[in-house]
Design a protein around this ligand. Structure first.
Ligand code: PFF
Length: 436
């Protein structure tokens, strides 16, 4: 079997991880979650959730990956035996499942990139979304998105993922900053900033039962936690770098892009007097398209916006596929391109029902975001807290110093705070899911 690949540099790893984290979750899901949860109030709770839950949890995945240098299933098996390996199997399954519908949205986005240039959605944004989101055309663009994803992953960790994300991530950041600056110049943008940045703590006090789990869930989703993407990426690390430093860079960059997206989306909607409260998965596409349709040169701005969304979706999709591919590359003596294509085609097929019916799509997303990911994080946290325990601290200390006191503090924080938060989120998610 050929030698396992590694990142060529620390920056390569950080950008790949940021590429995984920054995705539809930041630019599409985050603004509509904020809109559904009272704007700035959500932002505050989200930022706390990222720092207190997301960062420690990403470190937990990093240590598992770097110590074992194995795909998600074998990583858990190496550290905890056959029962622990089941957490990895859940991760594989989640990666497979999530990419099937994530790619469908990727296909929608391609159609919006094209539609911005042709002006196809200008006349009736609502109708355009209907056409884009269901039917044979949707399957076709889902196939195109999957084909690009397969192409990058098939090229390998170094030549595909690392090279790809080194181009994609800086492009996302630069284009988003440009768009946020442009949004600043819009008449009426001020109301958007007020909405996004003025926290009404009364809203948090009244709605904490939904705001807290939504914010924790969004932090986990956004950081690609709970299905082994960060374990897999960290497994390609070589050396003793400071994982805490890497974790902070990745979390900060990811949050920065999410907040930037808010600085684009809210001024844009408010400038056109579109109510962000009418959000929801599809409505974001509809209301943004409406805003672009009404603005002078809106087609060009729309093109840039959807292009950024497309790049962000791609750089995340490759991490979902890599989780699954890595398992097969590690265990079977078949070439990476063949394995990647085979797995990619199966994921494509699983996505077809979501491309044909938006209710199926929503069900796939709910199962992943509300059940599979929080379940994966909860199991990972229990595993790291109580089974891997001291080993995890030792691995973390490799880059921090042998006696760094951060290690044990982190472990106890995982055992108590992170565990309680993710278990609570999982319980509430399951209750909401059952009652839906
Ligand atoms: N973090 C991605 C986003 O915010 O869109 C979603 C995601 C990608 C979740 C990869 C999990 C994952 F493994």
């Amino acid at each position: 079997m050929s030698q396992r690949e590694t990142w060529t540099s620390r920056v390569g790893f950080i950008l790949a991880a940021v590429g995984s984290a920054v995705g539809l979750g930041n630019i599409w899901r985050f603004p509509y979650m904020s809109a559904e949860n009272g704007g700035a109030a959500f932002l505050v709770v989200y930022l706390i959730a990222v720092a207190l839950i997301g960062l420690p949890a990403i470190l937990a995945e990093f240590v598992i990956g770097r110590e074992t240098k194995k795909n998600v299933v074998d990583a858990f098996r190496n550290l905890g035996g056959p029962v622990a390996a089941l957490i990895g199997v859940l991760g594989l399954f989640t990666g497979f499942w999530m990419l099937s519908y994530y790619s469908v949205v990727g296909g929608w986005v391609i159609q919006y990139v094209i539609g911005s240039l042709s002006g196809a959605y200008f006349a009736d944004p609502g109708m355009y979304f209907g056409q884009v989101s269901e039917g044979t055309g949707t399957i076709l663009f889902h196939a195109i998105f999957m084909a690009i994803t397969i192409g990058i992953v098939a090229a390998g960790v170094e030549k595909g993922i690392e090279v790809g994300t080194k181009i994609m991530v800086p492009s996302i950041a630069i284009l988003m900053i440009g768009m946020a600056a442009w949004a600043f110049t819009l008449d009426g943008a001020g109301a958007g900033y007020d909405y996004f940045l003025t926290a009404d703590f009364g809203v948090i006090a009244e709605n904490y039962q939904s705001i807290i789990p939504d914010a924790v869930g969004q932090a986990l989703f956004s950081l690609s936690l709970g299905m082994g993407a960060m374990i897999t990426y960290a497994s390609y690390l070589d050396g003793d770098d400071n994982l805490l430093g890497d974790g902070i860079s990745i979390t900060v960059l990811n949050t920065f892009v999410g907040v930037l997206a808010g600085f684009v989306v809210f001024p844009l909607l408010f400038a056109q007097s579109i109510d962000p409260g009418s959000a929801g998965a599809g409505a974001v596409f509809v209301s943004l398209a409406q805003a672009f349709a009404e603005l002078p040169a809106g087609g060009i701005i729309g093109f840039v916006f959807f292009l950024v969304l497309l790049i962000a979706a791609l750089s995340s999709a490759i991490s979902l596929l890599e989780v699954v591919v890595s398992y097969f590359v590690d265990n079977f003596d078949v070439s990476r391109p063949i394995l990647t294509t085979g797995i990619g085609v199966m994921i494509f097929l699983l996505g077809v029902p979501s491309a044909l019916n938006i209710n199926t799509f929503t069900m796939f997303d709910n199962i992943a975001s509300n059940i599979l990911l929080p379940l994966g994080v909860t199991l990972t946290v229990i595993f790291v807290g109580w089974i891997y325990g001291g080993g995890a601290v030792a691995e973390l200390r490799r880059g921090l110093g042998k006696n760094s006191s951060f290690g044990p503090v982190w472990l106890w924080h995982i055992r108590i705070v992170v565990f309680a938060a993710v278990l609570g989120t999982l319980a509430l998610s399951i209750m909401t899911f059952m009652s839906a």
